[in-house]
Design a protein around this ligand. Structure first.
Ligand code: GLY
Length: 377
């Protein structure tokens, strides 16, 4: 079985996060918390679905942390009311400034519990134990916590870095295969960005090309290697641009906005289909096709690099039908124009660059249509 991997991340703000990637690590969560100096009263917040899917683990951790609050979690629960309920529980449980919050669940639970930790007593430390592949390679690390408003997703939140992130590939084995494919889209996104970072070279891209299907089947060694590479990439990006664009970047540093690669079209597809047809990863997988094609059309990536990238991206399984009705296509184009990062009718795309780094470019409406078609052909 793969051994433990640790990544220590230090942020511009001085915050520090330890990431542990290890099969079975969640069973040792209390010890791992103690190793980073967290030993006061814990508020253990967990996705209610885990009570069934990971019953023994949740019970054992509940016993060690002195109780568990299982919350029903889905995108429709991602509200400030849910954060308030979590804060009431932390208060009732007596979690003080020397205590901490433990979040066990997918991306929604992670974002909500992180926000509750940011708000409780104006901020207590927190630990993230992401239990989906998507959350292990994205929401777990980087400190973007948040909730939805009626007007849109993630419109309220705070940056609050977790002290510890524990990624345990073993808990991913009980997920449906479609969920693992969804997370793999974010891994492949990191792999496309990784060669742009000198320190990481091509290792993650090559590993994806070798291990993608094995990881989708739930192979722990394949998953561990890919999670390590993706978390390492994300750590390198977020440590140098903690709050996304609030200061100068070091030479060669990827901006945090690079993590939105594939998300302009991805979000538009999710919005146009009311978040019901595609998993997030499926939408990102389709969005990556667009980003690669636009990067090629605009001369940022060589044809041969683009072909290699498209070959990998097209191995990501998209189980949802990827044809849009004319109305849905129109809705997707409108969603791109309304993207919270769009300005004056021009949509912002993160594009790849064969000679290193990424290019963030404003794209006119006609090219948005071409980008969308590239995702769906
Ligand atoms: N999910 C993108 C980021 O953390 O910036």
């Amino acid at each position: 079985m793969p051994g433990p991997e640790r990544i220590e991340v230090t942020f511009n703000s001085g915050a520090r996060t330890r990431c542990v990637i290890e099969s079975g690590a969640l069973e040792r969560l209390p010890e791992l918390c103690a190793e980073v100096g967290l030993s006061g009263t814990a508020g253990f917040l967990c996705d209610a679905r885990l009570v069934f899917a990971q019953g023994p683990l949740v019970k054992a951790l509940g016993d060690r942390f002195g109780g568990v609050l299982a919350r029903p979690v889905s995108e429709k629960h991602k509200s400030l009311a849910e954060v308030e309920a979590m804060c009431e529980t932390l208060n009732a449980r007596g979690v003080m400034r020397d205590g901490f919050v433990v979040a066990l669940g997918g991306g929604v639970l992670t974002d909500l519990a992180g926000l509750a930790a940011a708000l409780h007593l104006r901020g207590v430390p927190w630990v993230s134990g992401p239990t989906t592949l998507l959350a292990q390679v994205d929401a777990g690390l980087g400190g973007k916590t948040g909730a939805n408003l009626r007007a849109g997703k993630n419109l309220v939140g705070a940056f609050h870095q977790p002290t510890l992130v524990v990624c345990d590939p073993r808990v991913l084995k009980t997920l449906p295969e479609r969920e693992r494919w969804s997370g793999l889209a974010e891994v492949v996104k990191c792999a496309l960005l990784a060669p742009q970072q000198d320190a990481l070279g091509e290792a993650l891209l090559t590993r994806c090309e070798r291990d993608l299907e094995a990881a989708a089947r739930g192979d722990e060694a394949a998953l561990s290697g890919l999670i390590f590479g993706a978390v390492k990439l994300k750590a390198t990006v977020v440590s140098g641009d903690e709050r996304e664009g609030d200061g100068p970047l070091a030479p060669g540093q990827l901006p945090r906005a690079a993590l939105n690669l594939g998300h302009t079209v991805g979000h538009a597809l999710e919005t146009a289909t009311h978040y019901e047809r595609f998993t997030h990863g499926e939408a990102v997988a389709l969005g990556l096709r667009s980003a690669i094609e636009l990067s090629r059309l605009r001369g940022h990536v060589h044809d041969s690099d683009a072909a290699r990238m498209q070959t990998l991206v097209r191995r990501l399984q998209v189980l949802a039908p990827n044809k849009l009705t004319p109305l849905e296509r129109e809705a997707a184009l409108v969603a791109m124009q309304k993207d919270k990062k769009a300005r004056a009718g021009q949509v912002r795309f993160v594009l790849l660059n064969s000679s290193g780094g990424v290019v963030v470019e404003r794209v006119e409406a006609a090219d948005c249509g071409r980008a969308l078609d590239a995702a769906l052909d």
